[in-house]
Design a protein around this ligand. Structure first.
Ligand code: GRF
Length: 210
C-alpha cells in the first residue's frame, strides 16, 4: 500500500493521539498524520498536535458535521480516519464514503458495554475482566467488526480510576498494532466480519498482555 494519509479525530485529552504520534516517530507504524480534527476547541489534544506541527482543524458547526468533515477529509486526500476519543457520531455519508477506512478505539471488551461510562458499569456488574477494543466503524455506535482486543483481570480493589488507567495502557498497545495492520493492507472490513491476511475473522484477535 502507498503511504497512508491519516486524520485523527479527538474531543479531549488526546493521550491516544500522543501515543500514535510517538509510535509513528519510532517507526512502529508509518503513517502520514495529515491533520488532527476536534469538535472541541479546548481539547488538550489540539496542543499536542500543534507542538508536533501537525495541522489542526476545529469543527465549528455540529449540525453541518457531514459537510464540514467531508470537506476537510476530501481536501486532504485522507485514506484512514482514526477516532481517538471523538465524542460525536460520525455522519452516515462519511461512514459510507470511507467504508473500511475508519477505526475506533473503545474502552471495553465489545460487544459488552458500548457507549459511555464503561468502567463504572464493569465494576457495578462485578465483571472479572475488562479491556479495550479497536474496531472498524459502522453506523451503529461502538459496533462494527472488532479487530483486536486487550484484556485485563479486575482486582477487587480496583477503582474506576484504576480501570481507566489500566485500560489506557492497553489502548496504547493495541491501537498502533491495528493501525500497522491497516497500513500494511493486512486487514479489510466486510459487513459483519473482517479479513486478516486473507482469512475471514468473526472474532477479534486477542492481544495478550504480559
Ligand atoms: C479512550 O479511553 C478511548 O477508548 C475512548 O476515549 C478515550 C480517549 O482518551 N474512545 P484520550 O483522549 O486518548 O486520552
Amino acid at each position: 500500500m502507498n503511504e497512508v494519509n491519516a486524520a485523527i479525530l479527538i474531543s479531549g485529552f488526546g493521550s491516544n493521539l500522543k501515543n500514535i504520534i510517538n509510535s509513528n516517530k519510532k517507526n512502529e507504524i508509518n503513517i502520514n498524520i495529515v491533520c488532527v480534527i476536534s469538535d472541541n476547541p479546548n481539547a488538550n489534544g489540539l496542543n499536542i498536535a500543534k507542538n508536533e506541527n501537525i495541522e489542526t482543524c476545529i469543527l465549528t458547526n455540529k449540525k453541518e458535521l457531514n459537510q464540514e468533515l467531508n470537506k476537510i477529509l476530501g481536501n486532504r486526500k485522507i485514506d484512514l480516519i482514526i477516532l481517538a476519543g471523538f465524542m460525536q457520531i460520525i455522519p452516515s455519508n462519511i461512514i459510507k464514503k470511507y467504508f473500511g477506512q475508519i477505526l475506533n478505539i473503545h474502552p471495553s471488551l465489545l460487544p459488552k458495554y458500548p457507549g459511555l461510562n464503561t468502567h463504572e458499569k464493569v465494576l457495578e456488574n462485578n465483571e472479572q475482566e475488562h479491556g479495550a477494543t479497536v474496531h472498524f466503524v459502522t453506523e451503529k455506535l461502538d459496533d462494527g467488526p472488532s479487530i483486536i482486543q486487550g484484556k485485563i483481570k479486575i482486582k477487587k480493589t480496583d477503582t474506576i480510576e484504576d480501570l481507566k488507567n489500566k485500560v489506557h495502557e492497553i489502548e496504547y498497545k493495541i491501537y498502533p498494532i491495528a493501525i500497522k495492520w491497516f497500513q500494511k493492507g493486512l486487514i479489510k472490513q466486510e459487513d459483519n466480519f473482517f479479513i486478516f491476511n486473507n482469512q475471514k475473522m468473526t472474532q477479534p484477535i486477542e492481544h495478550v498482555l504480559l
